[in-house]
Design a protein around this ligand. Structure first.
Ligand SMILES: *Cc1c(COP(=O)(O)O)cnc(C)c1O
Length: 391
């Protein structure tokens, strides 16, 4: 049986080659240190787990939830936006619960994209923006994120005939994989651009709470006019170490939230209510776990960046996310560098081209591994690579 075209068009899994090498090395008994996986290694705060346990006992929570989510969860989101950003949201019409934000990011294209339509997609970027576009029959137009522009897309470089055909623009700050944060008036420019071309902005704020050195990430929705042009995705996954729980949300422009909620009501039946109650507890309960998480990542970030710089890199420290994005030394491609450090040091880094073709020439390190292992990784990297050159 031939597969549907939408599946045939899905790009092949880019990490397949390196996965195979990892497998082989493990079979040879090599002690692999993975700096590859962007999944928090610390546990969910215990008061959140306690809430889940309690709510799991309640038979009212054993029935189908609504797909848009408990009103009380959406109220907690609205309250969080008011307190955190000074942004007012109507929990009924401007917030929808998601089965992790990935689910909504993948589905939003189905609400707006017909075959032949274009979405503006950052490259390098979280792969789901482009995949969702393709699955809906649309065409991703890649916005290169370049180091010299602080990894912000150049809106003026988007041809106007492309912008006129575009339905959605995906953005993500603090940014995976580059660790970049928004600067200056960028979100204002985005609102102007979206207004003039009638584009819906989808800002992915998954790392809004994972920031360092006193930096506080802004919400796109706090930009004047933003709620007229867009929505924001966020999630419990990264700040509360809840990736396995699958709980996120989208909020902002009401007709977009309604469309996403209507689509979802025909596909899924929402998130287990006990998990939503635990989510309320995470957002409204004590926040010392979150502060500790940021402190731990910041310490690891410093180890990684100082370690790379001592070997010849010249990186500044990212203000957000739990990633370090770095160029490969002279003479390497993303893949050959990842393969070399795996073979010579037993260390896994993610090749940058896995995040899009403008990620070629870079690699990503995730800070989701404890500092003793990071130190050990650098002992090995120094031994394997010595001083590196970039010419
Ligand atoms: C982790 C991540 C997400 C989504 O995570 P969920 O667990 O689905 O909420 C979304 N965007 C980016 C950029 C991420 O790295």
């Amino acid at each position: 049986m031939e597969q549907a075209q939408r599946i045939q068009k899905l790009p092949p899994y880019l990490f397949a080659r390196i996965e195979k090498k990892i497998e082989e090395a493990r079979e040879r008994g090599v002690d692999i240190i993975s700096l590859g996986i962007g999944d928090p290694d610390m546990p969910t705060p215990s008061h959140v787990i306690a809430k889940l346990k309690e709510e799991a006992q309640n038979p009212e929570n054993h029935r189908y939830p609504t797909s848009v989510g408990l009103l009380s969860f959406r109220q907690a989101i609205a309250g969080w936006y008011r307190e955190r950003y000074g942004v007012e949201l109507d929990p009924r019409s401007e917030v929808v619960t998601l089965i992790g934000s990935k689910e909504g990011i993948a589905h939003i294209s189905f609400c707006y994209v017909d075959p032949g339509d274009v979405n503006l997609v950052p490259d390098p970027g979280y792969p789901v923006y482009g995949i969702g576009t393709l699955l809906a029959g649309g065409e991703p137009y890649l916005m290169p994120l370049k180091e010299e522009r602080g990894y912000l897309p150049d809106l003026a470089a988007i041809p106007s005939e492309v912008a006129r055909r575009a339905k959605l623009m995906f953005l993500n700050y603090p940014n995976n994989p580059t660790g970049a944060v928004v600067r200056d008036k960028f979100f204002h420019e985005v609102v102007e651009f979206a207004k003039s071309y009638d584009i819906i902005v989808c800002h992915d704020a998954a790392y809004s709470e994972i920031t360092y050195d006193g930096y506080r990430a802004p919400s796109f929705l706090a930009t004047p006019g933003a709620k007229d042009v867009g929505i924001e995705f966020n999630s419990l996954s990264k700040p509360y170490n809840m990736t396995g729980w699958r709980l996120g949300w989208a909020c902002g422009r009401a007709d977009v939230i309604e469309a996403l909620g209507r689509l979802k009501s025909n596909i899924d039946s929402g998130v287990f209510q006990a998990v939503q109650y635990a989510g309320i507890e995470a957002l409204t309960g004590p926040q010392d776990g979150l502060r500790e998480v940021c402190r731990v990542y910041q310490e690891r970030r410093d180890l990684v960046v100082d370690g790379l710089n001592s070997m010849g890199w010249r990186l500044s420290k990212p203000l957000g996310t739990f990633y370090v994005w770095a160029p490969v030394p002279a003479g390497y491609t993303s893949e050959s560098f990842a393969e070399t450090v795996l073979e010579k040091a037993g260390v896994i880094v993610t090749p940058g081209n896995g995040y899009g073709r403008h990620g070629e020439g870079y690699f990503r390190i995730a800070l989701t591994i404890d500092k003793e292992r990071i130190k050990e990784a650098f002992v090995r990297l120094r031994r394997a690579l010595g001083q590196v050159r970039f010419d």
